[in-house]
Design a protein around this ligand. Structure first.
Ligand SMILES: NC(=O)c1ccc[n+]([C@@H]2O[C@H](COP(=O)([O-])OP(=O)(O)OC[C@H]3O[C@@H](n4cnc5c(N)ncnc54)[C@H](OP(=O)(O)O)[C@@H]3O)[C@@H](O)[C@H]2O)c1
Length: 336
């Protein structure tokens, strides 16, 4: 569907349901929220903590702020099962160490994974792997964690994986570029020309990749599984996401932030809904926003979009297999 900037403003102004209207009892459930030390991840974790999970793991790159968040959530909700574990999602070694720790201490199965950690870079920076940092964090790291932890998700009863995307995926310039040979490599080439590849548009593209990857992973789930995989958009929310924005570009964003942006608590309701609401039971490969299933961009649902999703799947698996020799076996054993 087309989703104009005006549609975005209109949807921002519509109230979202309170979490109490779709909350569930998470007794016995194991939950992970990435990037939960601040912002939307923190507010989501706080809501989930009030549903009494057996274990709630805040996966944060900064242990100091993560531990403080865990203590604050415990104080606010009375939930004593909140812990913070270190995870830098842009670093494959950190992803592997996180999942190894989960294997030892996680409790054997994973009921909910909210892949929320994300960033918005406006200049060229590279992660430890040499990949451009936004792609390394928002796409490659997110894809890696999802695959590496998949065996534990598949052991749970009605598990859910939600990948945080955005409405900006509707506004990617020249999205057909996503359906061209070596698109990830081209995104990693600073000399590549064209709007799709500009670093200033990189965040939008990374969020399109989140939508395409969630659909691809969902389409490869084994027959009969109850695991669902969806992409979810919180809408525009006032957070620290634009911390790297330059002063000129910051002005219009500040205006939007003060007029139509949701608070992170309100935006987090969309994430909580995505991972617990019973009305989403069995829904997979969907795009969720405003606490409901919605249609993603015309590109995503087009033939080129389907082809881009397949291409992204193959290219991503090839890259992740270079970082992590367990990826091919995981894919062969657990996915179709
Ligand atoms: N705010 C919006 O309007 C909006 C709209 C649509 C989608 N989203 C998405 O919502 C998610 C949360 O964003 P937010 O608005 O809450 O922003 P935020 O306040 O900046 O929070 C981002 C979180 O991601 C973490 N993170 C970044 N890079 C990481 C890495 N390499 N490893 C582990 N954690 C990392 C951050 O950790 P540090 O504190 O250590 O940096 C922080 O906890 C993002 O995926 C974003 O793209 C936001």
């Amino acid at each position: 569907m087309k989703f104009t900037f005006r549609d975005g403003i209109r949807s921002q102004l519509r109230p979202l349901p309170e979490v109490s209207t779709f909350a569930v009892d998470l007794t016995g459930k194991v939950v992970i929220v990435t990037g939960a030390n601040i912002g939307l991840g923190y507010e989501t974790a706080k809501h989930l903590a009030s549903m009494k999970p057996a274990k709630l793991i805040l996966a944060c790159r900064n242990l100091e702020t993560g531990n403080k968040a865990a203590a604050d959530i415990t104080r606010a909700t009375g939930c004593s099962t909140v812990v913070c574990w270190q995870l830098d999602i842009s670093d494959p070694k950190s992803v592997k160490a996180f999942v190894d720790k989960f294997e030892l201490e996680g409790g054997g199965k994973l009921d909910i994974l909210l892949e929320n950690a994300g960033m918005n870079n406006f200049s060229w920076k590279r992660a430890v792997t040499g990949w451009e940092q936004t792609i390394a964090t928002n796409h490659l790291g997110t894809a890696h964690l999802a695959l590496r932890i998949l065996p534990f998700l598949l052991k749970a009863e009605k598990p859910r994986l939600a990948i945080v995307a955005s409405d900006v995926h509707y506004w990617v310039a020249n999205p057909n570029e996503a359906d061209t040979d070596g698109v990830l490599q081209k995104l990693n080439d600073q000399k590549q020309k064209g709007k799709f590849y500009a670093i200033t548009n990189r965040y939008f593209v990374s969020k399109l990749l989140n939508v395409l990857y969630a659909r691809a992973l969902s389409s490869h789930l084994p027959p009969g599984t109850s695991l669902t995989v969806n992409a979810v958009n919180p809408g525009l929310c006032s957070s620290a996401l634009l911390r790297d924005l330059n002063a000129v570009a910051r002005i219009p964003m500040q205006v939007l932030s003060r007029t139509v942006a949701r608070s992170t608590e309100v935006g987090s309701r969309v994430f909580v809904h995505a991972v617990v609401a019973r009305e989403l039971d069995g829904k997979t490969g969907e795009f969720l926003q405003s606490c409901k299933v919605d249609e993603p961009s015309d590109f995503v649902i087009s033939e080129r979009g389907a082809s881009a999703s397949k291409r992204l799947w193959t290219d991503t698996l090839a890259i992740l297999s270079e970082f992590d020799d367990q990826i091919p076996a995981t894919v062969n054993t657990y996915l179709k």
